[in-house]
Design a protein around this ligand. Structure first.
Ligand code: 2P0
Length: 317
């Protein structure tokens, strides 16, 4: 059987940081995200070959990355035959977006279909989560909530779409400060934070309030309320990272200059708000009518600036 699927990356507006179960990738907190259009991962899974192959962007991979893909397919079907996985990102590494979310969402969708399983989207989201936490949010377009769930088997920890891509006319501007691979992986950073930061408990205890505020703001299309909650969630997440031992600091001087530029734009009555992830790149949410102006101002600090729209559901082709 051969099946192919497409999924888009997503950016969290209320952040996921910390795991309550490392093996199953169960999060300590719920999160909210926006799925992006323009960029996607396209993946073909073909069961039946002489050995396992993983070809990423036309290059056969043989490292840890390939192993992660093959063991993920073992989760889909423990008795699977050898297979060939061909995956392409239509966005360059220099786009400044993590590709693991769209990658595991597309792989979960294509892999399940290729094995002839009839899983629901919730079940595929649960599967994708085990490849990379944020991937469980990339099965749906628009605005998605990842409920952390309570169960120890993780069956209630998956994405839920709260609004479609056409719900709200916003843009996400991605300011690329560096396209280098991050120095410390998210998984490692999260573990280190939980083990050593005195701020971690406060982060976990106050996260649900931010999710509730963020969800309400999305449903009411209130950008100032969402932006405030997004910056708060971002900076609170970083407070836990800064206070680990040793400290984790993904920021670069340019990241701070861009955050200051966003604050300056707000003083001139343009509603725009920043968020950052496990790296130095800055993402800014604003109304579509202001996007060009915001991108131009941000462009003073970095030469790569993308203006992105809300994207649609992941699909089997
Ligand atoms: C997020 N990040 O909510 C948060 C904010 C980075 C900072 O999800 O360990 O690749 O595979 O579950 O999903 C990036 O981490 O981590 C991430 P794992 P993932 O988007």
């Amino acid at each position: 059987m051969k099946k192919e699927a497409i999924a888009h990356p997503n950016i969290a507006v209320i952040k996921y940081w910390g795991k309550r179960d490392v093996r199953l990738n169960l999060p300590a907190v719920s999160s909210l995200s926006l799925t992006l259009s323009q960029f996607h991962t396209h993946t073909i899974v073909e069961w039946g070959s002489l050995r396992d192959h993983f070809v990423l962007n036309n290059e056969e991979m043989q490292d840890k990355q390939a192993q992660k893909v093959f063991s993920f397919l073992d989760r889909i079907d423990p008795n699977r035959p050898y297979c060939k996985v061909i995956s392409d990102n239509n966005f360059p590494t220099a786009a400044g977006l993590a590709s693991s979310a769209s990658a595991f969402a597309a792989l979960a969708l294509a892999g399940s279909a290729a094995s002839g399983q009839n899983r629901s989207l919730d079940e595929i989201s649960i599967l994708a989560r085990q490849g990379s936490g944020s991937a469980c949010r990339s099965l749906w377009g628009g605005w998605v909530e990842w409920k952390k769930g309570e169960r120890s088997d993780g069956l209630d920890s998956h994405g839920v779409q709260i609004a479609t891509k056409s719900h709200w006319d916003l843009r996400l501007i991605v300011a690329v400060v560096s396209d280098k691979k991050k120095l410390i992986s998210s998984t490692k950073g999260m573990l280190q934070t939980a083990n050593t930061s005195p701020m971690y408990d406060a982060w976990v205890q106050t996260a649900q309030e931010d999710v509730n505020t963020g969800r309400r703001a999305i449903l009411n299309k209130d950008l100032d309320a969402l932006g405030e909650a997004m910056e708060h969630s971002t900076l609170k997440m970083y407070s836990t990272m800064f206070t680990t031992k040793p400290a984790i600091r993904y920021w670069k001087p340019q990241s701070i200059a861009i955050m200051q530029e966003v604050e300056r734009l707000r003083k001139s009555e343009i509603s725009c708000w920043f968020t950052m992830d496990a790296g130095p790149n800055v993402k800014i949410l604003c109304h579509t009518k202001d996007a060009e102006q915001v991108a131009e101002s941000i462009g003073k600090h970095t030469s790569i600036v993308h203006i992105l729209e809300a994207g649609g559901d992941a699909v089997i082709l």
